[in-house]
Design a protein around this ligand. Structure first.
Ligand code: GLA
Length: 333
């Protein structure tokens, strides 16, 4: 009988640096103490998975050569795409347990891809795991997402957020101080499939035709973007890259009021220039910002719904999840 093994992949929350990854910009996410655990035994010829949280049973032969997007149930698409990406010659029989809700902007799909990758025997670097998982995400959904989710989950460091340069793919851990709470509040389900996410990617590309790579552009370049919509998208991305560096500096210096204000500014930019917020998300952000002890709140993740994240004095917010910066995807002894 083959042995039972276990892998765990965390979810992630992005503190600042939204919609910058697919133009090679800067992001500041952290892996969190909520995630997906896969308990499994190795098998020769198929992947069979059940889940404690979502319905259905995944079952496909390996090596997987089919069309991942057609797998059922829905979540099977991510599993099959990862098996296909890795060209996994052997399979597994296992069970998933997760406390990251799907459609919350906390990267449940990236956690699933990374967990499945490790369980199928992937043994490269965390960057290589993230890149395979990003390709799997594209194959499963057709949405042209960036590298942030998979890389922050693969390369997470306990106690730290990760500043990621999405052009050089350099990951720099930044200590999260222990005298603040990071609170995540789930507001409403959303889906990136069928959303305006792909439009935003195209609009940024349009801006780059006029002014070159947004990651190298300065605020003065924005006026040279001819299309008014692409101009607003560029203004967000260029300012957001600068906010990431400023946020990292203020956080490290213990200037939480200043760091919080950067999150507030980042949300306003997503709302006004990037058009990825909604009235419901704006209201939720406003309500949290009004609480005593809250330094700053913003929507986190791809947008159009999902979660908001706040930094605050310990205990200031009680109706959310206080999340802790956690290690990346790993085998559990
Ligand atoms: C989703 C994508 C990421 C990133 C964010 C927005 O989470 O998967 O690549 O683009 O949206 O910052």
């Amino acid at each position: 009988m083959s042995e039972t093994s276990r892998v765990h992949a965390p979810g992630r929350v992005n503190l600042i640096g939204e919609h910058t990854d697919y133009t090679g910009g800067l992001v500041f996410p952290m892996a969190i103490d909520r995630g997906t655990t896969l308990t499994y035994t190795a098998t020769d010829d198929s992947v069979e998975l059940t889940s404690g949280d979502v319905a259905g049973r995944v079952n496909f032969p390996v090596p997987f050569t089919g069309s991942a997007a057609d797998e059922t149930p829905d979540w099977g698409a991510y599993v099959a795409a990862m098996a296909g990406e890795l060209g996994a010659p052997t399979g597994l029989r296992g069970h998933l347990v997760s406390d990251i809700p799907a459609g919350a902007g906390l990267s449940s799909s990236a956690a699933l891809e990374c967990a499945v990758g490790l369980a199928l025997g992937f043994d490269g670097t965390s960057l290589e795991l993230a890149q395979a998982a990003q390709r799997a995400e594209h194959a499963a959904t057709g949405v042209p997402t960036g590298i942030m989710d998979q890389l922050s989950i693969a390369a997470g460091v306990a106690g730290h957020a990760t500043l990621i340069d999405c052009h050089s793919l350099e990951v720099t851990p930044h200590l999260i101080p222990d005298d603040i709470d990071i609170v995540v509040k789930f507001i409403v389900h959303r889906r990136l499939v069928g959303s305006a996410y792909a439009d935003r990617v195209a609009e940024c590309e349009r801006a780059e035709v006029d002014i070159g790579p947004l990651r190298l552009a300065s605020p003065d370049d924005v006026a040279r973007v001819t299309d008014p919509i692409a101009q607003r998208r560029a203004r967000h991305v260029i300012a957001e890259n600068r906010r990431v560096m400023k946020f990292a500096t203020e956080l490290a210096a213990g200037n939480y009021v200043a760091a919080g204000q950067i999150m507030v500014d980042g949300h306003a930019s997503l709302r006004d220039d990037f058009d990825t917020s909604t009235d419901q998300m704006d209201a939720a952000v406003g309500a949290l910002n009004a609480l005593p002890g809250v330094f700053g709140t913003r929507m986190t993740g791809g947008g159009f719904g999902g979660c908001i994240v706040a930094i605050c004095a310990p205990g200031a917010v009680t109706d959310g999840w206080v999340v802790k910066p956690s290690a990346g995807a790993h085998h559990v002894a």
